[in-house]
Design a protein around this ligand. Structure first.
Ligand code: GRF
Length: 212
């Protein structure tokens, strides 16, 4: 009997790439449940690209088109083609600053994950850390969820809570949230790839315990 093929992951990133680094570290340690085979970025020169190159991960920067917050439809098809060319089955959005639409999401149904720096459904959209800070939240955190057409609305896979301390600045809070993200995202990816679950409405019900 042949063992099931290990998942082929692509990371889409636009920024510093600290989550990509955490995912690549987990991959190297055999703790991700799959292998990162491709990084796609819409921002030539961003930190994520350097991290991919340092790690020897294939990296491509296909044209994103003329819009700022989404891929142009023709570009979206091109991005799907690049992912297919690398036989990718699961997409991880790690600080990817564009909204993905039906053609892309339909190409990888239920296989696109995003990390967001708040406890959703609180503070969706951009500047989530700033939103929580300005709101005076006492607890915030980060969320890994499945991506659906609604922004930051998909079923929640895992969350991690982060306290807001009295002597925090927005910067110290952001650092604590990022540290929580770097632990949560690889853990949630591994669970997604290895643990059976079912969706009840928008609730994710895990059917097996987490690996030790
Ligand atoms: C993270 O805070 C992530 O939650 C958000 O964008 C940020 C990306 O940071 N979606 P990095 O590029 O991974 O360092």
């Amino acid at each position: 009997m042949t063992s099931p093929r290990s998942s082929r992951l692509a990371v889409l990133a636009s920024g510093h790439g600290s989550n990509l680094r955490a995912l690549a570290d987990a991959d190297r340690a055999g703790e991700l449940g799959g292998s990162i085979v491709l990084v796609l970025s819409d921002r030539p020169g961003c930190g994520a690209i350097s991290i991919a190159r340092e790690r020897g991960i294939a990296v491509e920067t296909p044209d994103a088109g003329c819009f700022r917050t989404r891929l142009e439809p023709a570009a979206e098809s091109e991005w799907v083609e690049r992912l297919r060319a690398h036989d990718v089955d699961t997409i991880l959005l790690a600080g990817f600053m564009r909204i993905l639409h039906a053609p892309f999401l339909d190409a990888f149904p239920g296989r696109v994950l995003n990390i967001h720096p708040s406890l959703l459904p609180a503070f969706p959209g951009v500047d989530a850390i700033h939103q929580a800070w300005r709101h005076g939240a006492r607890i915030t955190g980060c969320t890994v969820h499945l991506v659906t057409a609604g922004i930051d609305e998909g079923p929640i896979l895992m969350q991690s809570a982060v306290p807001v301390l009295d002597d925090d600045s927005e910067e110290t809070l952001a650092a604590r949230i990022h540290a929580a993200e770097h632990a949560l995202f690889p853990r949630a990816v591994r669970a997604f790839l290895e643990r059976p679950f079912r969706l009840e409405g928008r609730r994710v019900l895990w059917l097996a315990p987490e690996a030790p």
